[in-house]
Design a protein around this ligand. Structure first.
Ligand SMILES: *[C@@H]1O[C@H](CO)[C@@H](O)[C@H](O)[C@H]1NC(C)=O
Ligand SMILES: *[C@@H]1O[C@H](CO)[C@@H](O)[C@H](O)[C@H]1NC(C)=O
Ligand SMILES: *[C@@H]1O[C@H](CO)[C@@H](O)[C@H](O)[C@H]1NC(C)=O
Ligand SMILES: *[C@@H]1O[C@H](CO)[C@@H](O)[C@H](O)[C@H]1NC(C)=O
Length: 349
């Protein structure tokens, strides 16, 4: 297990998945340091600041109002760029709340009591510089309408969103990361199709019964684990030529539901199919590096799923292969496996 962890750190961090390398986490940390050293009330040289919040003079464009039991968003001075309102009891956002807030770049509203019917239809429209909007852990049942097209990172994890209306994200050409984990989404229809910059889409922990058919072409990372997906059509991944990481763990996948070459696509680096009901190892591309198949019902080790023809230049690039929690053990490995999987550093059966 330790070996696996090391390998993951070495492999996955390079692709920007490592939390500690997230520039947002890093900058927040920096801001918190400023806050710790700043005076609690900073109206003298930093500019005005609502009484409920801290605006450190050393960082006058940040406003810290998090964790104060607030029920309403306080007045936001127009100079503010970074506004921290998370972990309060805010339930609504009237249309005029941010009417002078054209400078805000980050707006943190996670862990509040926001409901969709108490967010004004134009609550966010004036935020023309907004890049990060965090709305996780609220009570929203839809994505707020008329979001600024400048947003790059939108987090809506742990709400109660059931449908995504067509047009919800229209014009959001810079949206790069969209997190919808842990909602009640049954279908996404075509709502995501025309997001030209979207590279990471997380719809894990929802109620999808099939893979979304209309996804944007630039996606690098697609997280669909913990849904009820039972079918993966042949062209699903083929249409997404930039995809590198696909997670489909904890679904209802069976051999029958997976089209024969559905996962044999050359761009993929990591594929997670663990905790499904597969009885066979699906054919994968020789370029694949990490394959997770633990906790399925796999009964045979089919080398042909990895290598069709073994010669010096044509072998699998697989580094990590997990097959534990299946119905095979290491005796089921044919002797040629060593040649085909010559790069594997970790195989668990
Ligand atoms: C926005 O600015 C105008 C003009 O300075 C002011 O009258 C208004 O109260 C401000 N709105 C908010 C929500 O601060
Ligand atoms: C989520 O939404 C459904 C209907 O859309 C509703 O029945 C349910 O109570 C909501 N759950 C929460 C926790 O608000
Ligand atoms: C994967 O697809 C390629 C063609 O794109 C094919 O040559 C290869 O045999 C397939 N791999 C497996 C394991 O079926
Ligand atoms: C390996 O051989 C298959 C056909 O047998 C071919 O499609 C594939 O491109 C080859 N892979 C490499 C890395 O040469």
């Amino acid at each position: 297990m330790r070996l696996l962890v090391l390998l993951l750190l070495a492999g996955v961090c390079d692709f920007g998945l490592c939390r500690s390398r997230d520039p947002f986490t890093w900058l927040s940390h920096l801001h918190s340091r400023y806050r710790a050293y700043g005076a609690p009330q900073a109206d003298t040289n930093g500019g005005d600041c609502p009484l409920e919040c801290d605006c450190p003079p050393s960082y006058p464009v940040a406003m810290y109002c998090n964790g104060r039991g607030l029920q309403h968003i306080p007045y936001v001075p127009s100079r503010m760029k970074y506004v921290y309102l998370q972990n309060n009891e805010i339930s609504g956002i009237p249309d005029d709340t941010f009417e002078n807030s054209t400078e805000i770049v980050w707006l943190m509203l996670q862990q509040n009591q926001l409901t969709s019917d108490q967010i004004g239809p134009n609550a966010f429209t004036k935020l023309t510089s907004l890049q990060r909007l965090y709305l996780d852990n609220n009570l929203l049942n839809q994505v707020p309408p008329n979001l600024p097209t400048s947003i790059r990172v939108l987090r809506l994890t742990s709400n109660n969103i059931t449908v995504i209306e067509e047009g919800t994200f229209s014009g959001m050409d810079d949206l790069t990361i969209l997190q919808l984990h842990d909602n009640s989404i049954e279908e996404v229809g075509g709502a995501l199709k025309s997001l030209p910059s979207l590279t990471l889409l997380d719809i894990s922990g929802n109620r999808l019964r099939k893979v979304p058919g209309l996804l944007p072409e630039r996606l690098h990372q697609l997280y669909l684990e913990s849904n009820s997906i039972d079918v993966v059509p042949a062209d699903f991944l083929r249409k997404l030529s930039q995809l590198q990481f696909v997670r489909l763990a904890n679904n209802q996948l069976t051999d029958k539901g997976i089209a024969s070459n559905a996962f044999n696509v050359s761009g993929l680096i990591e594929l997670d199919l663990s905790y499904n009901k597969l009885e066979r190892i699906p054919p994968v591309s020789t370029k694949l590096q990490n394959l997770y198949l633990q906790a399925n019902q796999i009964k045979e080790f089919s080398l042909g799923s990895f290598c069709t023809k073994i010669d010096v230049r044509n072998y699998s690039n697989l580094r990590v292969l997990r097959l534990d929690g299946n119905e095979i053990n290491s005796e089921d490995f044919p002797p040629e496996a060593a040649r085909c999987l010559r790069l594997a550093r970790y195989i668990d059966v």
